[in-house]
Design a protein around this ligand. Structure first.
Ligand code: F6P
Length: 323
């Protein structure tokens, strides 16, 4: 296979640029003609394809986001949209496509590979909820960005003897919240995988107060039933019951826009090179991920039909350390 395209899709993740760079340079080294698709599957449907050479990906490694652009394409979910995309791939004589993205993006990759088009996925999402890779591209940076904000919030919370609720992203996965909670020294962590009521969180805050703490940090995953808005509403009137006044911060997209960490850049390089190596071997229909420090390949069919679990012993550990 000699004409290869790459696209980034879904929520951008720090390290996507580094992954595009790795794909383009590794492919060019193997005499492949490399192309970039703008704006994810939307660009594929529109035929927005550009030639990418080694020099075109210079100076991007240190930037968050994706210079190719990204999108969540509703049209690509339809057979007609995918047919248009396939037509464009044929038009440009593209022989294989590399899809850098998370669950929705790899579902799209699977749909293309199911009808016989050669696709390789690269595991990338700040949510770390993709089956087939214990760590996905962007998680490390997003965790560190959230943590920096949490550290700052803790400083002001302590000065005012307050409780602070910090909501982090992650969709229905509590990974980011749990890691931020452990690293930030949270008094309690609220994640979708463990059912809690506002009363339970209130009890944790009150216990922190009774133990003589001068703040209580609650890290909440956006996908929890008890998210920050629910908790805020439950607590706003109850300063006397909690001991502390409460303030709420929703970090939102701030977590996605950071400068990629060294770890994400290195992961991007490994993923990109591995994707090209597999294409050179004639392999496709798989996701490139990492397990126990080693690059692994998982069939896209398996990726889209499995759910990644969260190690709940880490949740217990966060509780143990909150005393
Ligand atoms: O999947 C990545 C993610 O950042 C989630 O954590 C979040 O829920 C979602 O994307 C936000 O999507 P959008 O950027 O479309 O608002």
């Amino acid at each position: 296979m000699n004409r290869i395209a790459v696209l980034t899709s879904g929520g951008d993740a720090p390290g996507m640029n580094a992954a595009i760079r790795a794909v383009v340079r590794a492919g060019s080294e193997k005499e492949m003609k490399m192309f970039g698709v703008r704006d994810g599957y939307e660009g594929l449907i529109a035929g927005n394809v550009v030639r990418l050479r080694a020099r075109d990906v210079g100076g991007v490694i240190q930037h968050g986001g994706t210079f190719l652009g990204s999108a969540r394409s509703e049209e690509f979910k339809t057979p007609a949209g995918r047919e248009r995309a396939l037509r464009n791939l044929r038009e440009y004589n593209i022989e294989a496509l590399i899809v850098i993205g998370g669950n929705g993006s790899q579902q799209g990759a699977y749909e293309l590979s199911r009808v016989g088009f050669p696709v390789i996925g690269i595991a990338s999402t700040i949510d770390n909820d993709l089956y087939g890779s214990e760590v996905t591209l962007g998680v490390d940076t997003a965790t560190n960005i959230a943590l920096e904000a949490i550290d700052r919030l803790k400083v002001t919370a302590s000065s005012h003897r307050r409780a602070v609720l910090v909501e982090v992203m992650g969709r229905k996965c509590g990974y980011l919240a749990l890691m931020c909670g452990i690293a930030g020294g949270a008094e309690t962590v609220v994640i979708p995988e463990v059912e809690v009521r506002a009363d339970d969180v209130a009890r944790d805050i009150l216990e922190a107060y009774r133990r003589g703490k001068n703040h209580a940090l609650v890290v909440v995953a956006e996908g929890s039933d008890c998210n920050a808005s629910v908790l805020k509403q439950a607590f706003v009137e109850h300063k006397d019951l909690l001991g502390f006044e409460v303030r709420t911060t929703i970090l939102g997209h701030v977590q996605r826009g950071g400068v990629p960490s060294a770890s994400d850049r290195i992961l991007a390089a490994r993923f990109g090179v591995a994707a090209i190596d597999e294409i050179a071997k004639g392999n496709h229909g798989v996701l490139v991920g990492i397990e126990k420090g080693q690059i692994v390949l998982t069939p896209l069919a398996e990726v889209v039909s499995n759910k990644k679990g969260l190690d709940l012993s880490l949740f217990q550990m966060s509780k143990l350390l909150a005393t």
